[in-house]
Ligand binder design. Structure first.
Ligand code: FES
Length: 123
């Protein structure tokens, strides 16, 4: 019988105040660069490693995206939730890590814990 429990460790990334004044903080944790994004007070941790060709995906422009509804009306949504990799512009949802055009491409995501105004990533 095998033990299926995993013991994750917490790694400090930033204070909530630091994340409030920056839209993201990138930290090196256990040899990986991980970005934590603040989206309206909710925190999301994403690998800063693009699944296209290894670029620093989380260092790119943070914006929203244009969508089209069934009536062919355009709208601008997800402001502050979409990061564009600076190498070739692939866009990812920072909440899920998914590429906007093709969900088969996903940046790894990590659990985030907030404790006493400190933001941690769990690995
Ligand atoms: S390496 Fe990120 S879009 Fe190409």
């Amino acid at each position: 019988m095998s033990d299926t429990t995993t013991d994750k460790k917490r790694y400090f990334v930033a204070s909530t105040a630091e994340l409030e004044s920056n839209d993201r903080v990138i930290a090196e944790i256990q040899g990986r660069e991980i970005a934590v994004f603040d989206v309206d007070g909710e925190y999301y941790a994403v690998a800063n490693y693009c699944v296209h060709q290894g670029g620093p995906a989380c260092e790119g422009l943070l914006s929203g995206t244009v969508t089209v509804n069934e009536e062919m009306e355009l709208s601008y949504d997800q402001e502050g939730e979409v990061v564009a990799c600076p190498w070739h512009g692939w866009e990812f949802d920072v909440k899920t890590g998914e590429h906007l055009a093709s969900s088969e491409y996903v940046l790894p995501t990590y659990d985030v814990v907030v404790d006493d105004c400190k933001v941690y990533v769990e690995l």
